[in-house]
Design a protein around this ligand. Sequence first.
Ligand SMILES: C[S@@+](CC[C@H](N)C(=O)[O-])C[C@H]1O[C@@H](n2cnc3c(N)ncnc32)[C@H](O)[C@@H]1O
Length: 271
Amino acid sequence: MSGSESAPSPIDTSRPHPARVYDWWLGGKDNYPVDEELARKILAADGTAVRGARANRRFMHRATRAASEAGIRQFLDIGTGIPTEPNLHQVAQAVAPESKVVYADNDPIVLRHAEALLHGSAEGTTDYVHADVRDPETILRLAGEFLDFAQPVALSLVALTHYLGDAADGDDVYGLLKRYVEVLAPGSWLVLSQVTSDISTEGVQKAAEHFRRSGTPFYPRSLTEFSRFFDGLELLGPGVIPVYGWRPEAEDVAAQAEGIVPVYGGVARKP
Ligand SMILES: C[S@@+](CC[C@H](N)C(=O)[O-])C[C@H]1O[C@@H](n2cnc3c(N)ncnc32)[C@H](O)[C@@H]1O
């Protein structure tokens, strides 16, 4: 494990955590009563939450497979989440067993489960960094011990940017992403998804309010705001789109029949 800059805090079961709430929507077992309570409240406000989580996870699979099939062999996945099979390294290493994957997350529960993320293929390798996405220096330095940033990397922040505010909120999510992208070699990919209130507007606004009240800042973004993350990059087809529509497979087309989900996805290449 590449490690962490500071000792991880213990798992706090007194308030809900996003990784554990998402785990409940995905049908996982790594969540506590406080997480289930918030997950159910949000689901009651926005009936798309469970389908949205599943659709988002499948978007990650397809985008990772596309990067692998395009020849990318190095992956940096920030905001990894609690392991849910298949994990990103399993998708990448199914295409190219020698693929190297570095995961990063700041939640102590993800660190506790990191072992499950560290079993790569015999030829490939995986590593884990316990750090906050808002600390790019640490993540890039530790990831750089494992990945060669002179070669293309697929950088993914999947369902993460909605927890990060703009400059006015103190996070400067656009500046932060720029900082990550500027170290990437030409030919690298950026894979992003995040919640929008363009779709299911009332439900998403209520869900955001539930998150905020529980202590987790939450920032749905419009199509224009989300698309700005890809400025200066070449968006790959079909562009920025609700996640079901990003190079869908039969299962996604069938799932979309149940209704669209308020999660945008996009993938771009650094020229
Ligand atoms: C909704 S989950 C998404 C998991 C996975 N990327 C996926 O899409 O299936 C969001 C993840 O981002 C992590 N996260 C939230 N804020 C973070 C931060 N400031 N730094 C690093 N990770 C963060 C959470 O701990 C959680 O694991």
